[in-house]
Write a protein that binds this ligand. Sequence first.
Ligand SMILES: NC(=O)C1=CN([C@@H]2O[C@H](COP(=O)(O)OP(=O)(O)OC[C@H]3O[C@@H](n4cnc5c(N)ncnc54)[C@H](O)[C@@H]3O)[C@@H](O)[C@H]2O)C=CC1
Ligand SMILES: O=C(CO)COP(=O)(O)O
Length: 340
Amino acid sequence: MTKINVIGAGAWGTALAIVARKCGNDVLLWTRQADHADALNREQTNQKYLRNVPLAPGITATSDLAIASDADILLLVVPAQRTREILTRLKPSLAPETVLIMCAKGIEQDSGRLMSEVVQEVTPDNPLAILSGPNFAREIAVGLPAAATLATENKQIGEKLVDAVGLPTFRPYLTDDVVGAQIGGAVKNVLAIACGVVSGGKLGENARAALITRGMAEILRLGEKLGARAETLMGLSGLGDLVLTCSSPISRNFSLGAALGQGDILGEILQQRTAVTEGVYTASAICRLAERFNIEMPICCAVDEILNGGVAVSSAVEELLARPFRDERLAGFSPEKERK
Ligand SMILES: NC(=O)C1=CN([C@@H]2O[C@H](COP(=O)(O)OP(=O)(O)OC[C@H]3O[C@@H](n4cnc5c(N)ncnc54)[C@H](O)[C@@H]3O)[C@@H](O)[C@H]2O)C=CC1
Ligand SMILES: O=C(CO)COP(=O)(O)O
């Protein structure tokens, strides 16, 4: 039996533990709080992060990280900004053959690093894969059908991982584009905040569709600079997740944007939430990457200005609408190269 431990018992960690257990694996779920582990074991549900969804029978929880580190596969599902800290704590007890699957979506705020870069810096000896796609945790936890991108450079390991976590209702699609599989998930969170602003501010469905499309151009531009393949960005982890997250108030990023669009204050919105809203922390990192690579990411940077620059929502929208008109062909992935 494959031993799969899940590091992080939020909504997504819990949903993935259920998937892994339904696949027939031995599953241990790690949470940082001992009382949370006790409640998970006693109630067999995660009332704090995924209310009223029963755990699959056989999942056990622990708050002991050394015990949780002992596995064939570790799913890393703590928020992106906490990933370095958790990996550093895991490292002393981690066997080099344990495969790490990164499931968080974000870019490290201080360093601008992708999650794969953080993993490679802290635990360079362990094989790494990325899991990312249009995946609302609750839907997957209750067994509704979904698909995701599973990226790893080692095909043999990739095939084993597909066997270990693939279900008819949770379909992993393999790729070796590890960088590409992370960009959509990180950037779409910021774009979903923008789409939420449009929705909360009642700017209309046309504006939201335009933002999704122009947001895709921003994903393509950043992806090209970081070495991603366009096909990955147009796949489940990119376009797929962008469409999902930018279209639904189930998304925490979208709903945070909607609250901002209605005039609520960021600090107050965040105070009322226990769940992480990754776009809030990744926006500034993306904007700095755009500056470093000299590429235009005006929607992401407008969100960063609202979140971190004290710019009013109305001014950020006005600024976006005042941008010069331009040729649509010049707006995406390597237009010059692709036309030749
Ligand atoms: N919820 C969803 O539908 C999906 C979430 N994701 C991604 O998965 C990651 C985790 O998201 P969720 O599980 O939804 O978040 P959540 O807010 O439901 O739970 C976060 C978990 O991280 C833990 N945590 C927070 N700070 C920590 C720290 N300093 N050390 C250790 N643990 C800490 C919390 O205790 C909690 O268990 C995020 O990057 C998110 O973008 C990806 C796909 C779907
Ligand atoms: O990543 C997700 C769906 O794929 C979850 O999005 P939110 O974090 O915005 O809820």
